[in-house]
Design a protein around this ligand. Structure first.
Ligand code: ZN
Length: 480
């Protein structure tokens, strides 16, 4: 038989945690059609994967690529890592629905958009991605903070009954259009005043569809246990699966507390559907904040609207240069984004190694000096944490970024390398794969990623984007 593409002589890691095995993989019409000894078959295109791993394309469970897929459709920072699918709309922030006549408060403005390009419905947003595909698949959520900003004149209070009803209608519209869930970010000012009850009432349309409730929790530091309980309660009241985003124990006084949070998560998993993701770094990144605790450790400025030249510099040095206190310097740099060194390596490793933890980058595709997770997350887990540190076998590392994620997000036909699945495939070198992106040089592509195929199209090959824009909008399917 004559195929579109055959990947020959590779070692398959199939995304289920099963042990690797040698096989050829054939692709036809965007799907995997045969796996095994295919020496009798020919193909229009052949990739030699001798000595390399052939795995399902990686799914980035936590991104802020909502508008990047439209404004930067090549998505080099993701496909260069082997990522073939991104989950967008996290932390309460989404690209839709928005009004054209509104100002976007931080951090909503991190999902860069111009008023003319704003989508007033979720359906319009998904239609735009379908009309103008990027190089990766997108599964999108609607953000609660975004809804608040659209509906409420004043964000410093809980929503009233009428505002809740309006937000609920918008969630319903998003669900009908194909959103896979609702995200919240009560950690951030636009939603900090929202009550648990507000979120439950806004989230009602999730229940009928068993859509996801995904959250950047209210507090990942001193009150992390209470925040987990709040998250679980929302999941129970709505009877939907919850995802705890970028799980961490934030701030020095809380170092080591993953020893408390992970057992609570595991115990809760016995009674309700809970999952979590994590990025493989001890620094986080978000909008420039001045509240207590955020500025205690080292802070690197990633972007600043009033002072773009300060990107990449230490807040301490900027404050000294200006002759002001650190919090005053931070205020002057707003709005912008920063990198905060606020986690302990042992917590990061414990959370990554927890068997139910998915890998998500939380990359913010803004500015010239982003957190290196934007370009380095997946190869860092494969190279540094799996191979060099030995935190888990390569089969487990791959599962945490493919099969586990597809299962938790309900992305049918993705995440495993099996006949009949969509041909999202990455070919990489287990011995050399590594993240090159660092805090000083954060936009360097990964090493050791040989080929990336999205819905059957060769999209990245040996360090060069091949021009394919074959990504699809993915919706959630729930097993009956
Ligand atoms: Zn977040």
């Amino acid at each position: 038989m004559h195929m579109d593409l055959i990947i020959r002589n590779g070692t398959v890691i199939d995304g289920t945690k099963a042990p690797r095995y040698e096989a050829d993989v054939a692709v036809q019409d965007g799907r995997i059609v045969a796996i095994g000894d295919l020496s009798g078959h020919t193909a229009r295109q052949t990739i030699d994967a001798g000595g390399r791993i052939v795995a399902p394309g990686f799914i980035d469970s936590h991104t802020h690529d909502d508008t990047a897929v439209l404004s930067n459709p090549g998505m080099d920072f993701k496909v260069s890592q082997g990522v073939t699918t991104v989950v967008a709309g996290n932390c309460g922030i989404s690209a839709a629905p928005l009004r054209r006549d509104m100002d976007l408060p931080m951090p909503l403005a991190l999902v860069e958009t111009t008023p003319e390009a704003r989508f007033t419905t979720f359906a319009a947003y998904l239609a735009a991605m379908r009309a103008s595909p990027s190089s990766v698949n997108v599964a999108a959520m609607v953000g609660h903070s975004t809804l608040r900003a659209v509906v409420m004149p004043d964000l410093d209070r809980p929503a009233n009954a009428q505002e809740i009803a309006q937000m609920r209608e918008m969630v319903e519209e998003a669900m009908q259009a194909g959103a896979i869930g609702l995200s919240t970010g009560t950690f951030y000012p636009p939603a900090a005043a929202a009550t648990t009850e507000e979120i439950i009432e806004v989230g009602r349309p999730l229940t009928a569809r068993k859509a996801l409730y995904v959250t950047h929790m209210r507090d990942e530091g001193a009150r992390v246990m209470e925040s987990l309980e709040e998250t679980f309660r929302i999941g129970r009241e709505l009877d939907v699966p919850v995802v705890v985003s970028h799980h961490k124990a934030q701030g020095q006084p809380n170092f080591g507390r993953s020893k408390e949070t992970l057992p609570l998560i595991r115990e809760t998993m016995k009674h309700q559907c809970v999952s979590l993701d994590c990025y493989p770094y001890t620094a986080g990144s978000t909008m420039i904040r001045t509240d207590r605790g955020m500025l205690d450790g080292r802070v690197l400025i990633a972007s600043s609207e009033p002072h773009p030249g300060m990107a990449g510099r230490d807040l301490d040095d900027i404050a000294k240069e200006w002759g002001v206190a650190k919090d005053e310097a931070a205020r002057r740099l707003q709005p912008g984004s920063a990198i905060y060194f606020m986690m302990d390596e042992s917590d990061v490793q414990r959370i990554l190694a927890f068997d139910e933890t998915m890998i998500g980058s939380d990359g913010i595709p803004v500015g010239e000096k982003p957190h290196p997770r934007l370009w380095g997350t997946f190869p860092r887990v494969l190279g540094h944490y799996s191979r060099d540190v030995g935190l888990f076998p390569l089969e487990t590392a791959v599962w945490k970024m493919t099969g586990l994620t597809a299962r938790n997000f309900g992305l049918a036909g993705r995440g495993t390398l099996k006949v009949g699945q969509a041909a999202d495939i990455v070919v990489f070198d287990a011995a050399t794969v590594r993240d090159a992106a660092s805090y000083t040089h954060p936009t360097l592509p990964a090493e050791g990623i040989h080929a990336v195929i999205v819905n059957g199209a060769l999209t990245w090959s040996d360090g060069v984007h091949q021009g394919a824009r074959n990504g699809q909008v993915l919706t959630r399917s729930v097993p009956n």
